[in-house]
Write a protein that binds this ligand. Structure first.
Ligand code: GLP
Length: 240
């Protein structure tokens, strides 16, 4: 794993945006694996700037997202579908029909997982962007998720529900389940760019980079990826 330590969130976002832009410049029909959460927002803003400045076009790009809450429709303001439109898709020249996110309001969640898994087989990611949970999760693959997992239904840990509750009115409103791309599918991407910012990620960053590769820290599997770059700010890298 290559590790890049930057001074702050803005610098981390710049490095990340350049890494994604390089992929799209080299291959305008690239498939991008995208992430949600607070961490990639700065990177998405810069990608939108690149598009506005005509440096980059997403007109032939496809995207597949990592995960979605179960029970939230795409119009709910905390759904990841809404997040992606607001933070990226509405500001770039992408065709919405080329973007995919698991359907959190599917009546048959098992069928939706199987469908998404099949879709991922046909849309191999040129680059996968990742955030990091404070418990080491990637996507919504919580600790102890098998490394060979594919898209599945997750019962979120209390840690994750509490972390994500800051974005909801109260703890009770946070969905307890999600659909997530599996770890095996995350690892299929040609390149992985993992972002982490802030002191509250420092322990998970340490376990990811320096700890043993085991399911207790799902992100530790990234040590085995042939082209993974962890872009960190100083606070997130403070235990390395
Ligand atoms: C959520 C998402 C993850 C994300 C993580 C960290 O649980 N499912 O994909 O990486 O939170 O979020 P944040 O970037 O807001 O710290």
């Amino acid at each position: 794993m290559k590790i890049i330590v930057t001074d702050n969130y803005d610098e981390m976002s710049k490095v990340a945006a350049e890494l994604i832009a390089e992929v799209v410049e080299r291959k305008p029909t690239a498939t991008l694996g995208l992430a949600t959460g607070s961490t990639p927002i700065g990177c998405y803003k810069l990608l939108a700037d690149f598009c506005r400045q005509k440096r980059l076009s997403f007109a032939s790009v496809k995207t597949v997202n990592l995960d979605e809450y179960v029970g939230l429709s795409a119009s709910h303001n905390q759904s990841y579908a809404y997040f992606m439109r607001r933070n990226l898709f509405d500001s770039i020249d992408i065709e919405l029909s080329n973007t995919r996110i698991p359907n959190g309001s599917a009546a048959d969640v098992a069928a939706e997982c199987a469908h998404y898994s099949a879709l991922l087989k046909n849309n191999v990611r040129d680059v996968q962007l990742l955030g990091l949970g404070s418990n080491g999760h990637i996507g919504f693959n919580e600790p102890d998720t098998p490394f060979d997992s594919v898209t599945h239904l997750v019962n979120l840990t209390e840690n994750t529900v509490t972390d994500n509750s800051r974005l909801f009115k109260n703890l009770e409103e946070v969905p307890r389940q999600a659909i997530t791309m599996g770890i095996a599918e995350i690892m299929q991407a040609g390149k992985i760019v993992l972002l982490a910012s802030g002191q509250n990620k420092a322990r998970a960053v340490y376990d990811m980079c320096r700890g043993p590769v085991n399911a207790a820290c799902p992100a530790s599997i990234l040590q085995r990826h042939p082209d993974c770059v962890a872009v960190l700010d100083k606070a997130a890298a403070s235990l390395l």
